[in-house]
Design a binder for this molecule. Structure first.
Ligand code: CA
Length: 295
């Protein structure tokens, strides 16, 4: 697993894109084995601030538990996102904490839902070149840049910890018998430790949020290949298809956000800046020469 090295949150953010220019696509599928889809996801806009939030939750628990937990997580996260004026990191933390409490309290009032919980991974896109991802559990965020895929989140799972300690490779973890044992969830306890990851963004980056029904079925190399496709809707659909072809052992959910490519920086004639500067210098020099002849 390649996690982003820890970075200090800095103020050197630059405005990179407008939220309305983002290309976002989502897909969810029950898979080929399960009888219920316990994954949920949401995509929300804050038109005033120009923020967008992508969120994926993978519920667990008997009866209706998993489904209810992941749906409650989406609802709680959306409510905080739409009502809070906090900065992205604080906003994500409080949204996840609210989701945790909502699920925990609902579970404690209904024996059928006792013990339910869900993972959560959320990404806020503000238009700036730095932002935050929050996660709890083994739902993941990835970033594809220049053909290279990086996993931005470290799984809160038994095998995830072994990967971080260097005792398993990501590929060994993926097919390990304990691969679905998670160590943190939303809603299973009164409090939750939310992990926040500071990420940088460049034009053309592709972000992927997914449940383990995708990442457990496909090696990163195949995810990277599929993400390199052109149309986000097609990419989302093909990721689901590939996970199903690989067995579809679990519910599959993907959300993709494509950061717009940098606009061409050019003069109206499309002249590269090196040539522009060379011409400007030449003109200046000839002007000096003419001036020296006149005076
Ligand atoms: Ca799952």
């Amino acid at each position: 697993m390649t996690s982003e090295p820890p970075t200090v949150a800095s103020s050197d953010t630059t405005e990179l894109f407008a939220a309305e220019d983002l290309l976002i696509a989502s897909a969810t599928d029950i898979g080929r084995v399960r009888s219920v889809n316990q994954d949920s996801y949401g995509q929300f806009d804050d038109a005033v601030r120009g923020y967008r939030l992508l969120f994926v939750a993978d519920g667990m628990g008997g009866h209706r538990g998993g489904e209810v937990a992941s749906q409650l997580a989406v609802k709680s996260v959306a409510e905080v996102f739409e009502s809070s004026a906090a900065q992205p990191d604080d906003l994500l933390r409080s949204a996840f904490e609210a989701a945790n409490l909502e699920i925990f309290e609902t579970a404690s009032q209904d024996p059928e839902l006792a013990g339910m919980g869900t993972t959560g991974v959320g990404l806020i896109l503000t238009g700036e070149s730095r932002t935050w991802i929050a996660h709890v559990g083994d739902s993941r965020a990835y970033r594809l840049r220049g053909g290279s895929l990086i996993q931005l989140t470290a799984d809160h799972s038994v095998v995830g910890e072994l990967v971080q300690r260097g005792q398993l490779t990501p590929e060994q973890a993926r097919v390990h018998p304990q691969s679905n044992e998670i160590l943190r969830a939303l809603g299973t306890q009164a409090g939750v430790e939310v992990e926040l990851t500071d990420v940088d963004i460049e034009p053309g980056d592709v972000f992927l949020l997914c449940s383990d029904g995708l990442s457990g079925m496909l090696p990163d190399s195949r995810i990277a290949d599929a993400l390199s496709g052109k149309e986000p809707e097609q990419v989302a659909a093909s990721l689901v298809e590939l996970a199903n072809e690989a067995g579809g052992m679990d519910n599959i959910t993907v959300q993709i956000a494509v950061i717009p490519s940098a606009p061409e920086v050019s003069t109206p004639g499309g002249m590269p800046s090196v040539i522009r500067w060379t011409l400007a210098l030449a003109l200046f020099a000839s002007a000096l020469y003419c001036a020296s002849r006149v005076f």
